[in-house]
Design a binder for this molecule. Structure first.
Ligand SMILES: [Zn+2]
Length: 245
């Protein structure tokens, strides 16, 4: 169980690397370095969370502040991986084949969600290079986990169709193409009819936050708010507060 947390920390560290390098279209191979002084980082600087705490949140070489995003993403990924393990252990015998399949699926899905959350907030963009392969991976893991094809298919169509209708109605203004593919991914993951709950919760939270931003004057009626983060939160709530099937 503790391994789930440690694997999550490592994956979180990889997500940070991806979040930093993907927008710059840099290879994910090659050594990490400080974005401020460009000094290559040693293994000691790369231990999730501990390096950040040990170094007091500053670069060892130039003392520039390290973004809080790094330890936060690591910690949240670690905790969610641990929760996924605990939740599944209530539904399946631990280390039974379906337990392993759904653990892998949930870990993978959680990683994609965390990535989409931060990337969409920062760049108002949902990366196809992440979402499209994820759709395929999740689809096959669900089939392996013996979720009926019809439910996966219907879920996917619902997730995609829901955004496609808005996409056409708003003439591409409100909804981006990235949202269409994210809708498909969520539908494939949750299947029918759970995707309906996910969409409902996401819109509830999205509407609530938009209202607060409007009232507090931080956003105007016509300003753009990325919708991806709300879909991520709706998904995480549905993932952890409902049964797998
Ligand atoms: Zn530095």
């Amino acid at each position: 169980m503790i391994f789930s947390f440690i694997i999550g920390l490592a994956v979180g560290s990889f997500l940070n690397c991806l979040l930093y390098r993907l927008p710059k279209r840099k290879s994910i191979l090659g050594r990490s370095y400080c974005p401020n002084c460009l000094h290559p980082l040693s293994l000691l600087d790369l231990i999730p969370i501990f390096s950040f705490l040990f170094l007091g949140g500053r670069c060892r070489y130039c003392r520039a502040k390290i973004s809080l995003q790094y330890p936060l993403v690591e910690l949240i990924t670690g905790l969610l991986f641990l929760f996924a393990f605990i939740q599944l252990s209530y539904e399946f015998p631990v280390y039974n084949l379906r337990f392993i399949i759904f653990l892998l699926r949930n870990w993978f899905f959680i990683s994609v969600l965390i990535f989409v959350f931060i990337y969409d907030l920062k760049y108002m963009l949902i990366e196809d290079i992440i979402v499209i392969p994820s759709i395929i991976v999740i689809f096959f893991l669900n089939l392996l986990g013996k979720i009926p094809f019809s439910l996966i298919f219907l879920g996917g169509i619902t997730g995609l169709g829901f955004f496609l209708i808005q996409y056409i109605l708003t003439q591409k203004k409100g909804i981006g193409e990235g949202d269409l593919r994210l809708g498909l991914l969520l539908g494939i993951n949750f299947g029918w009819p759970k995707i309906l709950i996910v969409l409902f919760i996401s819109y509830l939270i999205g509407g609530f936050v938009a209202l607060i931003l409007l009232i507090s004057g931080q956003k105007k009626l016509n300003s753009k708010i990325p919708f991806g983060p709300f879909l991520v939160i709706g998904s995480l709530i549905s993932l952890f507060f409902d049964k797998i099937i």
